[in-house]
Design a protein around this ligand. Structure first.
Ligand code: GUN
Ligand code: ZN
Length: 435
């Protein structure tokens, strides 16, 4: 059965970049009066309303979102579902925060029923905020991933997740071994990867909590399963970087630890990347690994400021992560607003078009799933959101005097949050979520 959607539409075909002043940005399609034709959860056609309506079978019903902007669902490329209940816990930097709140909270995920309860809330929260795909950390417990995938599968969500590998420098109750982490990861891959819309990510927590033997095991998985993302943290705080230097005296840099273990390649997603040097950035670019920029987390933990300009200039792939629970919001709009501010402090003005590109297609691309999600090309899965220009009195008032698409996008990300996301569609179906 076909379904028509009508409304203003925007989606990206490539990075709109930083067009010269006065030049028109490329890399996107925008239809003031747009249409999307969907069948079996996939997009058949997206374009000007008249063309799309003509292509529809006679009698096809239409949902009219005129007056709102329809965008691809957001792709959050770094988030921890077991940290949902840790959000807004103040600490003295990353390592203190991990010990004080995060590790004790993760301990509870030995109980799969607890994992299911949290995963249900977490998925509701993502959808309320317009995030339809996320790259998700579980805990060390394989059952935390079983719980998350079972919830995502029932909801038909496209989600990527993995069991955290961690065999040292953490409480005993969160410790696996190089062998058990390899075996458990492999079993989860065999059970879940490619089931429905689910994908598995090889997930060593960070260099501090993995021995060389465990990083070697992660590297072996990365070689055995080249299509799978690798998901980890790198160079987030000065104290963490100093500890890594002690633990791996042979390494040139923190990034080099992962490189020597074969963990840098396309579909590797490294959260933070604050303390990289030029050699590291060149290596990131050459390897195809991506930096997940997590601005609210970096400010909350006092970690530092990501240098977006340097990363982009070096050709590093960049995407956006909320990093809940160190991040302070599930909202990609709030996170993009913060990204703009952090970039500004590093002397780079992030354009609104590029912001929305980073929050949608770029995220899909770094995960290697831009063939199925990320924009509205024919054949893509119909995961999209409907943004309301009048979600709050202030938003409505400011929108009323906006002149251009770019201006409206900037207002949405500066003033918007979950309230601006009027509807979230998954595979062409509007989701009912708590408001
Ligand atoms: N580094 C290692 N583990 C974590 C985590 O859970 N959160 C953040 N922000 N950084 C980490
Ligand atoms: Zn994180």
């Amino acid at each position: 059965m076909q379904q028509l959607i009508r409304g203003e539409m925007l989606h990206f075909l490539s990075d709109p970049g930083d067009p010269a002043p006065g030049a028109v940005a490329a890399g996107y399609q925008h239809f003031n009066d747009g249409g999307m034709l969907i069948a079996d959860g996939r997009i058949l056609l997206c374009g000007p309303w008249n063309d799309v309506a003509k292509a529809a079978a006679a009698g096809t019903s239409c949902i009219d979102h005129s007056g709102c902007l329809i965008l691809p669902g957001f792709v959050d490329t770094h988030i921890h579902y077991p940290q949902t209940d840790v959000i807004a816990s103040p600490g003295h930097g990353l390592l203190d925060w991990l010990e004080r709140y995060t590790f004790p909270a993760e301990r509870q995920f030995i109980d799969q029923d607890w994992g299911i309860e949290v995963a249900e809330f977490f998925c509701d929260e993502l959808l309320r905020n317009g995030t339809t795909t996320a790259l998700v950390f579980g805990t060390v417990h394989p059952q935390s991933v079983e719980a998350f995938f079972s919830v995502a599968q029932r909801r038909r969500l496209r989600m990527v997740a993995g069991k955290t590998m961690m065999d040292r420098n953490c409480p005993d109750y969160l410790r696996d071994t190089a062998k058990s982490s390899y075996d458990d990861s492999k079993r989860l891959i065999d059970t879940w990867h490619g089931v429905g819309r689910l994908g598995y990510a090889i997930t060593p927590r960070f260099a501090i909590t993995s021995s060389d033997a465990q990083l070697e095991a992660a590297g072996a998985l990365a070689r055995e399963y080249p299509a799978l993302p690798v998901h980890t943290h790198v160079a987030e705080s000065p104290a963490e970087v100093a500890w890594v230097k002690d633990l791996f005296p042979w390494s040139r840099s923190y990034l080099d630890v992962y490189d020597r273990h074969g963990l840098l390649r396309p579909r590797s997603v490294l959260a933070h990347c604050l303390y990289l040097d030029d050699v590291d950035r060149r290596r990131m670019a050459a390897s195809g690994a991506a930096a997940a920029f997590c601005p609210t987390s970096n400010l909350f933990l006092g970690s530092g400021l990501f240098d977006l300009r340097q990363a982009l200039d070096a050709g590093v792939r960049v995407s956006i992560g909320t990093d809940v629970g160190a991040g302070t919001s599930f909202s990609m709009l709030r996170t993009l607003a913060c990204a703009y501010q952090v970039a500004h402090l590093k002397d780079y003005v992030l354009s609104p078009l590029r912001s929305f590109y980073l929050g949608t297609l770029a995220g899909a691309a770094v995960l290697g799933i831009d063939d199925v999600i990320g924009n509205f090309l024919p054949g893509k899965e119909a995961d999209f959101i409907v943004l309301d220009p009048c979600a709050t009195p202030l938003l409505g008032r400011r929108m009323a005097v906006a002149q251009t698409l770019e201006e409206r996008l900037f207002i949405w990300l500066t003033l918007g949050d979950d309230r601006a996301v009027k509807h979230t569609y998954v595979m062409g179906v509007a989701q009912s979520v708590r408001r």
